[in-house]
Design a protein around this ligand. Structure first.
Ligand SMILES: [Cu+2]
Length: 281
């Protein structure tokens, strides 16, 4: 056997002999690489770590990663079940917001993930708390902590009452990094059933008409309306952006019968829909 074959084999053997020793030591692999810590919440023997890409909660769609640490052993708990309940305390009422379940992150040992859509916040980021319920070895735990939710600079979420008298929440998920191209647009649509319950709205249609108000309100070619995808419960369509700058994504929400629940066509006389999201890049 030539040396050039033996060397790689020697390295592979060395690698595997090392890695087997570290099999249970997940601290050697950083499973939250690329994420920023938002906050830690302590509860007796456990500490919950909350992460996302920016390291803070903002109004709109927040994808969140969680880890649960055993403070005694200083290791992460890999087989817990978790759920959460965000609540906003307002002067005259309190309410929750749309959220996902929490599940184990694909291919990770210590990370759980889900999303929360904060539809509003106070100017100083106050108003919200987050309750996290978790179960370890058939024992239930719960902790509630105050969180800060900052106002995102553009309208990335809309809360409104439809012509059917239902209250809806719409949130922009994609594009996160828009480019001059036909971008995939992904939106979440939820109904406010009561102050605690926000089910996904299925099989509606969201008509899309993006405009640049700063440039004669011009549109762009090859946009498509958003339709429901029952594989992941989000709405998808094509968003064509022909230049950088501020775009108003004018929308019109139609139910399964094609009845318009919110929004108007953009015309010479009507420069914007009352239902819209914003984008700037
Ligand atoms: Cu509120």
């Amino acid at each position: 056997m030539k040396l050039k074959y033996i060397l790689p084999i020697a390295f592979i053997a060395l690698f595997f002999s090392c890695s087997t020793d570290d099999d249970n030591d997940t601290s050697t692999i950083n499973e939250v690489e690329g994420l920023e810590l938002i906050q830690t919440i302590s509860n007796g023997n456990e500490t919950i770590e909350l992460y996302n890409e920016k390291g803070l909660f903002e109004t709109g769609y927040n994808r969140i990663s969680l880890r649960l640490k055993d403070n005694t052993t200083d290791s992460y708990i890999e087989d817990a079940t978790l759920s959460w309940m965000p609540m906003m305390q307002m002067p005259t009422m309190q309410h929750s917001c749309p959220k996902s379940t929490i599940s184990k992150a694909l291919g990770k040992d210590t990370v759980y993930e889900g999303f929360i859509i904060y539809q509003m916040t106070n100017e100083d980021s106050s108003g919200w708390s987050l309750t996290i319920n978790y179960n370890i070895d058939d024992t239930d735990y719960s902790v509630t902590e105050t969180i800060s939710v900052w106002q995102y600079e553009n309208q990335n979420t809309a809360s409104f009452i439809g012509s059917d008298d239902s209250r809806y929440i719409l949130a922009l998920v994609e594009p996160k990094d828009p480019s001059i191209a036909v971008n995939e647009m992904k939106v979440g649509l939820f109904k406010m059933q009561d102050i605690m319950t926000f089910p996904v709205v299925e099989d509606y249609t969201i008509a899309l008409d993006p405009r640049m108000p700063g440039m004669g309100n011009h549109s762009s070619p090859n946009n498509t309306d958003l339709t429901f995808n029952n594989a992941d419960n989000f709405y998808y369509g094509d968003l064509s952006l022909t230049m950088t700058g501020y775009w108003k994504l004018n929308l019109k929400l139609m139910n399964a019968n094609g009845e318009v629940l919110k929004g108007e066509d953009v015309t010479e006389e009507n420069e914007a829909s009352s239902l819209y999201l914003e984008l700037e890049f």
